[in-house]
Design a protein around this ligand. Structure first.
Ligand SMILES: [Zn+2]
Length: 235
């Protein structure tokens, strides 16, 4: 696939857990030379490397990593100021390098959106920000998440299908395939889904109010078809 060069831009992919954000993000990042800034990975990296008693001071308030880790592992959202802080740190870093960005699963709440969007607008300009909303049913979301595996080495997501049901190793790097304990248990997925509906979906209205382009795409189709539809929408 040939890479397409564009002006500096930001593409934001929104969708319920299991809507295929990760897969589409990888494909898009490659096609448009976008740097894929995945909130969950940024949070995960921070959590995995959290030292005992470690905290961040944001606006004069202490955020203990152990507390944030507990929330993260039980399907609740991390504190907004904490996530905003991690995101802005990364965004500034990549803007300074002249990179275009791709965000998947971020912002996750209205407060995060209100913190992040003016920041992104100032850096990249409103005309260079596009939002893609991947639409899947709750049933589909729960099914996909409770069957999802990721690889140990690169955390590549492996979609559930007849072809992958017996797969034990990552087809890309050969590392072991794992289930994400706790995070992808059906009960945790239900909490994540409710959180998504209550807290994340209203952000779409906020984007529209702000004059940011939002394109809704059916996420239940095969990944290749979803990708084609996204490319059409971004033209
Ligand atoms: Zn892999």
């Amino acid at each position: 696939m040939s890479r397409t060069t564009f002006k500096k831009q930001v593409v934001i992919i929104m969708g319920a857990p299991g809507s295929g954000k990760g897969t589409q993000a990888e494909l898009l990042a490659d096609q448009f030379s976008l740097y894929y800034l995945e909130t969950s990975k940024i949070i995960e990296a921070k959590m995995m490397n959290a030292k005992k008693g470690e905290f961040a001071v944001i606006d004069g308030k202490k955020y203990f990593l152990a507390e944030e880790k507990k929330k993260w592992q039980t399907g609740l959202l991390n504190s907004d100021p904490f996530v905003n802080y991690l995101m802005r740190e990364k965004i500034s870093e990549f803007f300074a390098k002249g990179e275009s960005l791709l965000l998947a699963g971020s912002p996750r709440s209205i407060d995060q959106a209100k913190d992040l969007m003016p920041f992104l607008k100032k850096l990249y300009g409103i005309k260079n920000i596009s939002v893609i909303l991947l639409d899947v049913s709750a049933k589909e979301s729960i099914f996909r998440n409770s069957h999802r595996k990721i690889c140990e080495l690169m955390r590549h997501p492996i979609l559930f299908s007849k072809e992958t049901i017996n797969l034990k190793h990552c087809p890309l790097d050969g590392s072991k395939l794992l289930k994400r304990k706790k995070l992808d248990d059906p009960e945790t997925v239900k909490i994540r889904l409710k959180t998504y509906k209550d807290i994340t979906l209203p952000i779409i209205d906020y984007f529209k109010e702000q004059g940011i382009s939002v394109k809704k795409i059916n996420g239940s189709s095969a990944p290749a078809i979803v990708f084609k539809n996204i490319l059409k929408a971004l033209k």
